[in-house]
Design a protein around this ligand. Sequence first.
Ligand code: ATP
Length: 598
Amino acid sequence: MLEGYNRMIGLLDSAQKRRGMLAICMMFVTGALDLAGVASILPFLAVLGNPDVIQTQPLLSSTYNALGYTDSAAFLRFLGVVVFVMVLTSIAVRALTFYLMVRFSRGVVLTLANRMLAHYLSQSYEWFLGRHSADLSKTVLAEVNQVVSHSISPAMRLIANAIVAILLLGLLLWLEPVGAVMTAFIIGGLFGATYAFLRKRLLAIGQDRKLAVRERFQITQEALGGIKEVKLLGLEQSYEDRFLGPSRRLARHQASLALVGEMPRYVMEALAFGGILLFILWVLWSNNGALEAVLPTIGAFAFAGLKLMPTLQGLFRDIAQIRFGRAALDELYDELQSAHAGDRRTGPRVAPMGLDREIRLEAVSYQYPGSDRTAIQDLSLSIPAKTSCGFVGSTGAGKTTVIDILLGLLRPSDGALLVDGVEITRDNMDAWQNTIGYVPQTIYLTDDTIAGNIAFGVPADEVDRKIVAKVGKLAKLDEFVDKLPDGYDSVIGESGVRLSGGQRQRIGIARALYRDPAVIVFDEAMSALDTVTERAVLEAIDALQGEKTILTITHRLSTIIHCDQIYMMKDGQVVGHGSYDELIDQNSGFRALAEAAE
Ligand SMILES: Nc1ncnc2c1ncn2[C@@H]1O[C@H](COP(=O)(O)OP(=O)(O)OP(=O)(O)O)[C@@H](O)[C@H]1O
């Protein structure tokens, strides 16, 4: 339990720790005011039972005289008003505490979710290769809520309620030590035994809840992400069935937790009722049946018991919730502790380092994390500035890995990436990456205008229209855009103009060109295009020859016919190098590829 508390504190920043302390204090004040309400009943009941106590009890008689009362009925009314005001105040403070608590917990959800997302985004690209994106979404969107509602909030209530319970028990002890000790033993024993019995089970269902939530995220992402295949293969029912399993488990565990939290209440109500009856009889017997003498004690005991019951019930429910929430808390905490930060770009955009002479890979090897073989072995190559270079090879040859190394997304396990003779390290990585424009196989379009999509990531009011028009022309996008009623302001994406594959690809090229990079990487960018569209896109690329350094990886030889040099790859190594014609002459593997493509 203590370790759990330490972990929760570790998740909060210092302002939240302060606010959390304030909320706990307020919860305690609420409890204490409740207690004061109970205590204020005492004199009221005493006077109600026997008005003579006004004279015999020193505190009552001095108040009575100080306030100038002459009539005990009027004084009783005054005591009634005092009790009522106490109760009202306690209700008002309770409402304020509730508000503070809600604000605090929502605030923690907000900042923790942001912190989690920032933490993920700051991980290296390599780190993401071993992760399932549904899992990361789950932690940011669901687990943060879970940790706040089932760990942090109950833990705070627990502290405040524990103090109130101790005070209430103290009051009972003062009123009637034997009865109080018996009450503490019976109720404490009941809760203790129930918790001991359920401890392991609570932890287990908390763990399985986490797995069920993960499965739900994965199934949803799979079904909606691959909707085309799901529809074509008629997999709707199968996904619905798969989703039902974890959903049922989740519902069952939540219901179990709610039941566990409430369980002792029913037994306790029966016990408390019987206990109070027994207590009255016992107090009467020990006072020889003088009811009015013991009425205040019985009344206060009953009231304090009435308050103590929900407090202890709340304590038990919170302990059960914390146990149930432990799996999610541990996951979030470990997640924040484990992965290292450092790949995050902060501050203003660094100026591109540019490229004057060459990009060079020197004896580079790369092994994917968790893989037992090297994807790239001892690879050396040189790409002069302002030339074009193609990478070909069958699937699994290592083309993507080489490009990811050139992009600085993967760090060589051995060897180095040099740009104009300078090794690319963590320190100059931003400047190198800002030198590159990247065109992937599938262009990710946002629900924005064409101009917004070209100037991807630039705030709308900072988009440079002249550059948009210039790169649009270079990417051969202008013919299509000129026909649209709103031109570059036409909205595309989910709610706008539908685009063909070639048009998407040309938006991708314009996007890569927007920041005027010295290097452009085409990563299978033509694979999904038909040959006519490919030719049109290639014309756009041709226009860049001699201006930019162009790197292309592809399966299709037609894409790289005009490249200045081509690297043919196999099993992570270069097995052929030269111009298209040279390779056709000299490399049988390349010839076979070319023949297969015809
Ligand atoms: N994330 C990964 N984890 C482990 N091994 C990987 C990973 N990605 C690729 N590999 C392995 O590295 C080798 C090179 O893969 P790479 O993706 O670079 O080839 P490629 O030539 O680009 O293939 P394709 O044309 O199919 O994209 C392959 O053997 C592949 O199985």
